[in-house]
Write a protein that binds this ligand. Structure first.
Ligand code: OAD
Length: 230
């Protein structure tokens, strides 16, 4: 089986009703990113309650959202390819659509960990809110299991290895604006076929075939095209 990697971003979940970050009326237009999504805001500036509230809202919204046809089509590709999903999304819609091999580069909304604990100690919390005073068994304040600006991306190497082995790379719904995740496209081996699905133009220094459609339409088109050539 050929190896296929899907590098996804907020755009794949847009048709599930989850806002992207940088489109007009996107999340970063309505919330100051430096206040709600930076390590400094939590650890140095004491904005814990504001940040918890922001991610509690995202988690509640996720509870009420459902995977769309793009997530489902990605999951369906496992019948034909050895698929790895490397997502920048903190939602669980790929998993809920049936994908079995998902790397979360920027963390997961449905997990939490102690604020001074290792990344890999995170535990499932489902769709529960995290509050000031919500603690680990050892009495440490819980924080969202999100990679904030200013923090390392622990899953990056794993994703880079997957991209480096891929025969096909599908980039879907990401502006490729945030590093180091955006730099993953540079790990492709010679001969890897690269497709990008996005209704808008996205600039990248790698060469790709642009399917200029929304994720639901573009993923189905690409799936049909790819399975014809197996
Ligand atoms: P962006 O909001 O930067 O980009 C979303 C992309 O999705 C844009 O290129 C849109 O054109 C595209 N898009 C919008 N609707 C779409 C649809 N229906 N189908 C397909 N594409 C669509 O989101 P990301 O690239 O995911 O990180 O952002 C990367 C990171 O920036 C996020 O993980 C988050 C954010 O800051 C952190 O919070 C650490």
């Amino acid at each position: 089986m050929e190896k296929l990697v899907v590098l996804s971003g907020a755009g794949i979940s847009a048709e599930s009703g989850i806002k992207t970050f940088r489109d007009s009326d996107g999340l970063w237009e309505n919330y100051p990113v430096e206040e709600v999504a930076t390590a400094d805001s939590w650890y140095s500036y004491g904005r814990k309650a504001l940040m918890l509230d922001f991610y509690n809202q995202r988690r509640r919204q996720l509870r009420d959202a459902a995977p769309n046809l793009a997530h489902k089509t990605v999951a369906d590709l496992e019948k034909y390819f050895d698929v790895t999903v490397a997502t920048q999304n903190i939602d669980n819609l790929h998993e809920r659509a049936g994908s079995t091999n998902v790397i979360h580069l920027h963390g997961e909304l449905t997990k939490a960990r102690g604020e001074y604990s290792d990344y890999y100690t995170a535990q499932d919390i489902g769709y529960q809110d995290i509050l000031i005073g919500s603690k680990t068994a050892k009495g440490e304040q819980l924080r969202p299991h999100i990679v904030w600006f200013g923090e390392a991306v622990p899953e990056l190497d794993k994703a880079a290895r997957a991209v480096g082995n891929a025969d096909i790379l599908v980039i879907v719904g990401t502006s490729l604006a945030v590093y180091p995740a955006a730099g993953l496209v540079h790990y492709t081996k010679t001969g890897c076929r690269v497709y990008l699905i996005d209704p808008k133009d996205v600039s990248s220094s790698v060469r790709f075939t642009h399917i200029k459609e929304k994720a639901t339409v573009g993923m189905q088109q690409l799936r049909n095209q790819l399975i014809k050539t197996i």
